[in-house]
Design a protein around this ligand. Structure first.
Ligand code: AMP
Ligand code: GLY
Length: 423
């Protein structure tokens, strides 16, 4: 079969790599793709938001299955556009992608269906938000309602900071129209875990767990980023916690979406905080996580194309999802200055070393092919991933592999997976 993947980051590189393992797949296309994805897929110069061009391309090439990696097109209705043309596509429809597209919607859903999450209030008037803050307990968390590249969350320690935050989100529109509404919520403490789940509208099957590192600098200092590294599985996500989450979070979320007429088909990403009062939902996303995918898919044994199709056909209960009994760590190599200001266009060397080593992967996030070779083309450049028999070995392997590649302004965190030592 022919598969089209929509997106251009490390996540889509990992998806393309995994789809390429399927014996059923003869040809992969990626729109728009990147220099790493080219190894498995023919990259076509169509943007992820160009729905008419994407569907026309899928029809012209006789694509059997399209997989959407990114949130923007999902929230914008790309799945509905494909379905309207009778094309098979993996991802939630616009109505269901709302679970990521509006934080106010997802909080109201959790409240209505008793799914554990932080206490909150929604606001569309900055004056009301400022009034509310006067009596609120600090620290407090401010979230722009809409999509903001994972950066629309402000954690404020003082009333002053919180007031400034409301102004910058709702009045100065720091995150654009995503800040027309906002959620103000209780600050929670605990370990964070990401669990990606396959969903077919009725059934939900969680994958192995992972943990991201969102801050730019060691010791969880600095600004929030799209993610600086991940490990999988999380040693803190015990079988008891997993069972609790299945019964009290994943299944109820699927049932809630169905009850609301928003049947969820695709990947439900559940960001969890393991608090003293039990696991609570930090956020939902309607797609694979980046860079969680880079540590989860290399450990997955099941043919992913079979799983995608079972989701679309409502037959996920017939799938035995299996993961290897090992661990993986991904260290993101970024451009110095990310997420604020950084230079691009530096030649990357050493990429071929990964081809000589089993269990090591170099997923491209922001790269471009030029006459001079493959160059840096984004804030996050590469996701260096390695497997190991356990987390410590995987971490040592991943850091060893970060030395294989070099480019000017290479920057990384040195403490990805430090939490492993406390497990
Ligand atoms: P989100 O995009 O909602 O996942 O938020 C980004 C990050 O902000 C999360 O990964 C957490 O580290 C942090 N965060 C979000 N909500 C809360 C909360 N209620 N309490 C504490 N930290 C939070
Ligand atoms: N790693 C967090 C996300 O994909 O949103």
């Amino acid at each position: 079969m022919k598969v089209l993947i929509v997106g251009s980051g490390g996540r889509e590189h990992a998806i393309a790599w995994k789809v390429a393992q399927s014996k059923r797949v003869e040809k992969i296309y990626c729109a728009p793709g990147n220099a790493g994805i080219e190894e498995y897929a023919e990259c076509v110069n169509i943007g992820a938001m160009e729905f008419d061009k994407l569907t026309a391309f899928a029809m012209e090439k006789g694509i059997d299955l399209t997989v959407i990696g990114m949130d923007d097109p999902l929230v914008g209705g790309v799945v509905d556009a494909f379905e309207a043309k009778g094309l098979r596509v993996f991802g939630p429809r616009q109505l269901a992608a709302m679970i990521e597209g509006s934080k106010a919607f997802s909080k109201d859903l959790m409240k209505k269906y008793n799914i554990p999450t932080a206490a909150y209030e929604n606001f569309d008037d900055p004056k009301k938000a400022l009034e509310y803050l006067e009596t609120a307990k600090m620290p407090i968390v401010l979230k722009a309602d809409g999509l903001a590249l994972g950066k629309g969350v402000l954690i404020c320690n003082t009333l002053e900071e919180a007031k400034e935050g409301v102004k910058s989100i709702m009045e100065d529109k720091q995150f654009g129209s995503a800040g027309n509404r906002m959620v103000i919520e209780e600050f929670m403490t605990g370990r964070e875990v990401s669990v990606l789940c396959f969903c077919d509208g009725t059934h939900v099957v969680p994958m192995t767990s992972a943990q991201d590192h969102k801050r730019a600098q060691d010791g969880d200092q600095g600004l929030n980023t799209g993610g600086m590294g991940t490990f999988s599985p999380s040693p803190f996500y015990t079988p008891e916690i997993a069972a609790f989450c299945e019964e009290n979070i994943y299944k109820p979320t699927m049932a809630a979406m169905k009850a609301e007429g928003r049947d969820f088909v695709g990947i439900l990403f559940v960001g969890l905080m393991l608090t003293q009062d039990g696991p609570k939902v930090l956020e939902y996303n309607a797609r694979f996580g980046d860079p969680e995918t880079q540590v989860v898919l290399p450990r997955m044994k099941t043919d992913i194309v079979d799983v995608f199709e079972a989701c679309i056909d409502g037959k996920l209960d017939e799938i035995q999802l299996e993961f290897e009994d090992n661990a993986a760590v991904c260290v993101v190599l970024a451009s110095d200055g990310y997420p604020v200001k950084y230079d691009k266009g530096f030649v990357i060397s050493g990429l071929d070393t990964f081809k000589e080593h089993e269990g090591y992967y170099c997923f491209h996030a922001g790269t471009k092919r030029t006459d001079a070779g493959i160059v840096t083309n984004g804030g996050r450049v590469l996701g260096v991933t390695a497997k190991g028999t356990d987390l410590k070995e995987a971490r040592a392997n991943a850091y060893k592999a970060t030395e294989w590649v070099s480019f000017d302004n290479k920057y990384m965190r040195h403490d990805i997976g430090k939490a492993i030592d406390e497990a």
